[in-house]
Design a protein around this ligand. Structure first.
Ligand code: BG6
Length: 479
């Protein structure tokens, strides 16, 4: 879908996110013909460099993080021609008049990406306003972490709201830009098959796993103050939970979708302490333990969380949602699994097997959907049942487009330009998510809770397995 010409100003334009995701993503959109004539990308950061230096930096970033997508020779130079750079100080005066000059005659869509620390969001919003750089058509894009609790999230929302209307604010949760996450909605609401069964009557339980093999890497300082609960559960897992559990919105539009997601968050039960397991990874053959990685020998921060969550509404009452995420797990694998109830009567001889339908929606890697169905075992051996996967790998089914979907950031940035907020978090959603998360974290702090150690390369502390075993269930294999 074509987009209008735009000016995208990236504050933090030399930072890690810009180099890894935003700029390579824009380049790929350029290659795909989605950057109309006249569209410009303006890096803005504190570093004192000129446009040529910035272009060199961006070219290096694209080579390193561009994912090697095909783009004909010469195209990179043509993309770099669209780039500008302004050395700017978010809190001082440096650079603002240059930016104003650059934007003076611009009549195209203006988007300002705040890829900076949240403590600068308010200053940037205020400066954009006071320098006349934003009008009521302009958009701002903000990154997580959006606060570290309800109070800070409210303060951030309030500082942005002083200068921008909610319809202009795009809060990124990059999980919403992932191809298969959107497919969750397509599968649920684009088929007649699933929705009638999508409730407490037919569903036994739902599992959401986001497993990573990486550790905290170079982000130890941030991560030690954050932990898996703030870093992953409050946002990414919460969004997945909302999409899987929400009522059908009347339309696929931002207001309707976000209203339904908000209702899910508000219907979440308070989580009992014995329904949560926290873990912290121990050293592996090639990696230090969590405490060494974050540089705090007594850190009580969790790198793993598993929890049992309930949703008190008509559709889901009594059905557990098991969520789990962690670093240094056995494989990089994100999967949502809907386990259906066993059939209520069997006409076949009992074979001791638990035949039931299981729908797995695989977010990454190898995006696809699998449905476990029961069939007759082939051969003359009588009516023996066997479970087989009905497999839909997007790569196989959709060819190149399915196997190489755009990165989440590419899609989300283009949605900003189009003015489509459906895949962005609304302020009230973020606040509701913190309102649910805060008491959990406060409880840990008050009790002096210490996460359980787990081996690097394992799938968390054994307590996480017991959490399900107590209910007679097991986690899906992380693969
Ligand atoms: C980020 C978290 O939001 O998501 C990281 O801060 C995490 O800690 C990352 O590694 C995971 O994203 P993805 O797209 O690699 O699954």
């Amino acid at each position: 879908i074509p987009v209008e010409a735009f000016d995208l100003v990236i504050f933090g334009g030399t930072g890690d996110l810009a180099r890894r995701k935003i700029l390579p993503g824009l380049f790929r959109r350029y290659c795909a013909g989605q950057m109309p004539d006249g569209a410009r990308v303006i890096g803005a950061a504190r570093s004192d460099m000129d446009a040529a230096g910035y272009k060199d930096m961006v070219a290096d970033a694209i080579r390193e993080f561009g994912g090697g997508r095909s783009c004909e020779d010469g195209t990179l130079d043509a993309f770099l021609d669209r780039l500008h750079y302004v050395a700017i100080d978010a809190r001082g005066e440096t650079g603002w008049s240059e930016l104003t000059d650059l934007m003076r005659d611009s009549v195209q869509v203006r988007a300002y990406y705040f890829s900076v620390a949240p403590s600068l969001f308010g200053d940037l919003a205020e400066r954009l306003h006071s320098h006349g750089l934003a009008d009521d058509q302009s958009r701002i894009v903000v990154e997580k972490p959006f606060g570290r609790d309800l109070q800070t999230a409210r303060a951030l929302n309030a500082s942005l709201a002083e200068h921008f209307d909610e319809s202009q604010i795009y809060r990124i949760d990059h999980y919403l830009g992932k191809e298969t996450v959107q497919n969750l909605m397509a599968v649920r609401f684009g088929n007649t098959l699933f929705e009638p069964l999508w409730n407490a009557q037919y569903v036994d339980h739902i599992q959401i796993t986001v497993a990573e093999t990486v550790g905290v890497g170079g982000r130890g300082e941030y991560y030690d103050k954050s932990g898996a609960m703030r870093d992953m559960v409050q946002n990414h897992l919460m969004q997945l939970l909302c999409l899987i559990a929400m009522e059908p919105p009347a339309k696929f539009d931002p207001g309707a979708v976000r209203d339904e997601k908000l209702k899910v968050i508000r219907a979440l039960d308070k989580v009992e302490p014995h329904h949560i397991v926290r873990g912290q990874y121990a050293a592996g053959p090639d990696n230090p333990d969590f405490r060494e990685a974050v540089g705090d020998a007594r850190s009580k921060t969790e790198s793993f969380v598993a929890m049992k969550v309930g949703i008190s509404n008509w559709r889901w009452a009594g059905i557990p949602f098991y969520l789990r995420t962690g670093k240094r797990m056995s494989a990089r694998s994100s999967e949502i699994t809907v386990v259906f109830k066993a059939r209520n009567h069997s006409i076949f001889e009992e074979d001791g097997e638990d035949h039931r339908n299981v729908l797995s929606i695989r977010l990454q890697p190898n995006e696809g959907i699998t449905m476990k169905v029961t069939i007759k075992e082939p051969g003359p051996g009588g009516m023996r049942l066997v479970d087989v996967p009905l497999d839909m790998s997007f790569a196989e089914a959709l060819g190149e487009d399915g196997g190489d979907p755009p990165d989440a950031y590419e899609r989300l940035i283009m949605d900003v330009i189009r003015g489509n907020q459906t895949l962005f978090m609304r302020g009230d959603e973020v606040e509701a998510a913190w309102a649910w998360t805060d008491p959990i974290i406060d409880g840990w702090t008050a009790r002096g809770d210490v996460p359980k150690p787990y081996d690097s390369g394992s799938n968390g502390p054994t307590d996480a397995d017991q959490l399900l075993a107590r209910d007679g269930r097991i986690w899906r294999e992380v693969r």
